[in-house]
Design a protein around this ligand. Structure first.
Ligand SMILES: [Zn+2]
Length: 84
């Protein structure tokens, strides 16, 4: 397990860092994935970004629609309410 292991990376002139392979593998980060950053007082926490449904907040079966994310369950609820 990678947790707790100290890793130092240099920030380049554009503010970029290269993630250690151990972190990429442990979090299953793929090229093109997004990371979400949470600045703290004197540190930063980052996690793999998972888009969540704008209505219910869940992240499973989420579809992008007009720059927002909606889950299939909420789409089905909306479709059902339109039918009645
Ligand atoms: Zn939803």
């Amino acid at each position: 397990m990678f947790k707790g292991k100290r890793v130092v990376r240099r920030v380049d002139e554009l503010g970029r860092i290269r993630l250690p392979a151990e972190i990429i593998n442990a979090l299953n980060i793929k090229s093109g994935d997004y990371l979400e950053f949470f600045p703290r007082e004197d540190s930063i926490t980052a996690q793999k970004y998972l888009p969540t449904c704008v209505f219910c907040g869940q992240f499973e079966n989420v579809i992008k629609y007009n720059n927002t994310f909606v889950c299939k369950a909420c789409i089905e609820k909306m479709t059902a309410s339109e039918d009645s």
